[in-house]
Ligand binder design. Sequence first.
Ligand code: SF4
Length: 559
Amino acid sequence: MAKAVRKVGEKEVSIGGPVPQVKPGEKLVRRTASVCPVCYRLIPAIIVERDGKLYIRKVCPEHGETEELYRGAFLDMYNKFMKFYTTRSYLQNPIFDAGRPCPYNCGLCPLHMSHTGLLNIVVTNRCDLSCRYCFFYAERAGFVYEPTIDQIREMIRTAHKQGIRAKAIQLTGGEPTMRDDLVEIVRAVREENITHVQLNTHIIRLAYDYELTRKLREAGVNTVYMSFDGVTPNVNTKNHREVPYFFENARKAKMTSLVLVPTVIRGRNTDQLGAIIEFAARNMDVVRSVNFQPVSLVGQMKRHERERYRITIPEVIKLIEEQTNGQIPHDARYPVPAAAVISEFIAAFTGKPQPAFTSHPVCGAGTYVYVERKGDEIKYIPITAFVDVDGLLERMMKVAEDFKAGRISKSRFLMKGIYELEKFVDKRKQPKGIDIIKMLYKIIVRHDYSTLGEFHYRFLFLGMMHFQDPYNYDVDRVRRCVIHYGTPDGRVIPFCAFNVFPELYRDYIQKEFSIPLEEREKEHGKTEKYVRSQELIKKLESGEPYIKHYKPFRHLRKK
Ligand code: SF4
């Protein structure tokens, strides 16, 4: 039997607790494990259905019962998504020994089910903003964490020991542009057999510094993953006024793969989800995707406070359906592991294992939308309007299984898997200038990644990722996580362990590899904070890029 208490990072965590009961009027959906939001005790949890919604419930022997909304709409979508749940492990070589139970043994330990899809590397915990809700910057932590380029290289090499190599890296922070050697970091990362570098930034420095934008692009930044919470200044307090100036710099620097990342908070920006998509659609020369992130609730919050802000993926999808007048319907969405079906198909076809995004189906959702513009009018055509995605994925899954089991030959595999693609496409409904069969054929048969790129340039990807918090924590999800962090102590740690338990992972590790804030400030001075004076606001708002980008959204500002 497992020991009742384990030391993890700075903390002692208890293991075990009572099994929660299903209450009258509820239906048990599944059992999992979770944590107590007060003491992190690892305890059994149940997911129950009640009044058309799903809730997760657990009971800590010391701190009592916690119940949290798990999915707030569309139970049929939950069932559709769970068809992509896999019990097979995709992790070839664990990096860390078994020892403690999940999620207190990261990583990656032998219990983990997925290899790294995207490796995050924190390059600094400094930031020049001090957002009220952020706990992750040097002044609050009291230390400065900035790994050396050699340490960064080592983190990538460690992650690559898993077998299947993550080809995508995200440089994150803090604010990565605080590092004066960021361009060199990008170059070093590209030298480590990384084909995709994503920069997670608030873009403020880039809005003012075209040269830096250009140098980063030339060094190998493919995608800028940028915060964008809404189209008005009261909603997007972080970078509203700077975004248009950054877009202009990005255009000039040919940085044409921007991802807008709205953190969705109920009551704060939930009436601007359609507008955010429209903003992306109007700037498709540089924007490839919108990735909505329903808020993760950190710190001690009472239930009524959590209910005020909490929103789940299906509720965001419902609001988008409403705010786009039904043009982007909820059933156009698929969970992240749907992409793993295509990877499996290619792996069967080539005989080579392919990177597969096998995260838990509940973690994210996505769809592709074709944007049709007539003058100022915008129309969205979801891919499901002309491709039978369900039928196609089911077919691919079946054919790949039959081939792997030796039930069909290679030629038959080709015939069934590829030449039958046509059956799943309604050519009459596909947008003008798009030949979806040709595109899919090139992606699957030729592994032509430039075609994948072309696909991304023709469509707008609408993604969604709901990172966990201690209230809705589902251990079954974190075990399948594909978004990991590299750390200088030679570990690879899943996102929802790294950030949800900072004393055990993020802060604990970074502190060990940091210098005290005072010491750094003595040598380099204080990190200068970005302040918008009234004069600066006036100047930014009267500039041509600002007026041009926000003109279609002015009516929302007046509200
Ligand atoms: S999240 Fe993964 S790596 Fe961490 S303890 Fe659980 S199974 Fe192991």
